[in-house]
Design a protein around this ligand. Structure first.
Ligand code: GLN
Length: 533
């Protein structure tokens, strides 16, 4: 047995209860006590990774430094814990099966019938333990996606059941459920929680700790009742009350002693409760900021709450460190026309043009960018946002005809954005983009270099197309400077417009590496430029 402790977080009743946030909060609290912690997410769907999923299915696709297209919960884990995750932190049913099938083809099972039990479950268990052992973590928290009772989750739950048996008190199961308020009866109802725990018990798992998601504070009697009917001690029942901000949840759970209880159950010594000064200070500044900053996010998935999660959080974090209250409005790029752009964008302090794929909404992004460029509105373009900045500039400033990205118009006369050479032979869509962290050399004296405080940075990417270097000289001459390039390939990664208060486009995704305690330098510079105006 290793010394690593394994915590499993399951969910019951309904999805979207914030399992990822509870896992991240618990991770934060344990980390604050000096433990080395990581968090892993199992997703029960069959896709190998969420890279091929459209945001309507699964919200934002997050990217790890090692180039894995991952579930957005990994973003929460990194933002809360200020750690880096990797492809080992996000595993889907598809990946488990792929690995088992590859082994079968290789003859590794020596003629045995390959089955869900034990082969799939063994593969799942290996993925959990490997993470703990390889990196010597004190705690590995594993969040099981989906809801107890889903057919897809069964092999994962069976693996948890076996691990719980094998790991004894080196394993703690936390189950998150929902306690709805029935307005007509003016009562909170615990029955769904009881049913969900029963269902978990049917799979052979007795939860050690329950976290009840609730709109308002629950009474002691109700918590007593849940404890009694669900076979857990009263000290092991916690509540996750709706909060104005997710960043308040760790403090809420610490107040109730969730981390103490987990540590005790994991057979470790419970020390002093950490003060969490940096975190508390962040939450305090977030809640006390009154001066508003109005920022528009121009993208095509505005109706989806999670489509631009990391950008939303990076903006918020930087606003907090400038004692500003973020007022973020999403504007659908498809709705922007030459006639309404003034009405839509004139009131904003700053504009972010979002990443994306395909032609839908690009026209509106170009119109928005022409407006912010000519109206001196601070603007940050990310990935497709930066590519649109380049196309708009080529069209309207350089006066070139028929400018486009070959993603949208392969026959364009001026291919300002073109497919990367390395992409030309690729036909599969899965995990085949330029993914993960790459170095970028910044130009001395640029705003970006000042923002990062150094000349060699590393940021994460997710794209197939790039700025076409043929146009570099013309851009530079007209004042749109290529201030960031990849040292190995010379690819242009960043553009910065001279004579504008702040107009910067980056091919990379700075939002992925912005955390609560270490906000992204470029978002900080953007917010600083806006708030000093
Ligand atoms: N679709 C563009 C590309 O593949 C931009 C991708 C993005 O915005 N993440 O290059």
């Amino acid at each position: 047995m290793t010394d690593t402790r394994y915590i499993f977080v399951t969910g019951g009743v309904v999805s979207s209860l914030g399992k990822g946030i509870v896992a991240a909060s618990l991770g934060k609290l344990l980390q604050a006590r000096g433990y080395k912690v990581t968090i892993q997410k199992f997703d029960p769907y069959i896709n190998i990774d969420p890279g091929t999923l459209n945001p309507y299915e699964h919200g934002e696709c997050y990217v790890t430094e090692d180039g894995h297209e991952a579930d957005l919960d990994l973003g929460h884990y990194e933002r809360f814990l200020n750690i880096r995750t990797s492809r080992e932190n996000n595993i889907t049913t598809g990946r488990i099966y792929q690995s088992v099938i590859n082994k079968e083809r290789h003859g590794d099972y020596l003629g045995k019938t390959v089955q869900v039990i034990p082969h799939i479950t063994d593969e799942i268990k290996r993925s959990v333990r490997r993470l703990g052992m390889k990196h010597h973590y004190d705690f590995v928290i594993t969040e099981i996606g989906g809801v107890v009772g889903d057919i897809e989750s069964l092999p994962f739950l069976e693996s948890v059941r076996q691990l719980k048996w094998e790991l004894k008190n080196h394993c703690v199961c936390v189950h998150l459920t929902y306690v709805p308020f029935i307005a007509a009866a003016k009562e909170y109802k615990t029955k769904p929680t009881q049913h969900s725990v029963k269902q978990l018990q049917e799979e052979g798992i007795q939860p050690d700790i329950l976290v009840l998601r609730t709109e308002h504070k629950l009474s002691e009697e109700l918590l007593d009742k849940v404890a009694l009917f669900c076979n857990v001690s009263k000290e092991s029942v916690f509540q996750s009350i709706d909060m104005p901000s997710i960043y308040e949840i760790p403090l809420l759970l610490q107040e109730q002693g969730l981390d103490r209880q987990v540590i005790q159950q994991a057979g470790l010594e419970v020390g002093e409760t950490p003060k969490m000064e940096g975190w508390r200070n962040f939450v305090h500044r977030m809640k006390s900021a009154t001066k508003e900053l109005h920022i528009a996010l121009v993208g095509k998935y505005v109706e989806l709450q999670d489509a631009y999660k990391s950008i939303d959080e990076a903006l918020l974090q930087s606003c907090v460190y400038h004692d500003r209250k973020l007022k973020l409005t999403s504007i659908h790029s498809e709705s922007i026309t030459k006639d309404n752009v003034d009405k839509l964008l004139s009131g904003y302090d700053g504009v972010v043009v979002a990443p994306g794929f395909g032609s839908r909404g690009v026209e509106g992004k170009l119109i928005a960018l022409e407006y912010t460029r000519t109206h001196q509105i601070p603007t940050l373009g990310i990935c497709l946002g930066m590519q649109c900045m380049a196309i708009e500039f080529a069209q309207n400033v350089l006066g070139l005809e028929d400018c486009n990205t070959t993603e949208i118009k392969p026959t364009a006369a001026n291919k300002i954005i073109d497919l990367m050479d390395e992409q030309k032979a690729i036909s599969d869509l899965g995990a085949s983009m330029r993914l993960g962290a790459y170095e970028c050399e910044l130009k001395e004296g640029s705003k970006l270099a000042a923002a990062y405080g150094k000349l060699l940075i590393s940021e994460r990417h997710r794209h197939r197309y790039e700025f076409n270097s043929q146009y570099r000289a013309a851009f530079e001459e007209a004042g749109f400077k290529c201030v960031g390039t990849n040292p190995e390939t010379g690819l242009v990664e960043a553009l910065e417009l001279e004579g504008h208060p702040w107009y910067i486009g980056v091919q990379y995704h700075p939002e992925y590496s912005s955390t609560v305690l270490q906000p992204s330098p470029i978002f900080m510079a953007f917010i600083s430029a806006i708030s000093n105006r």
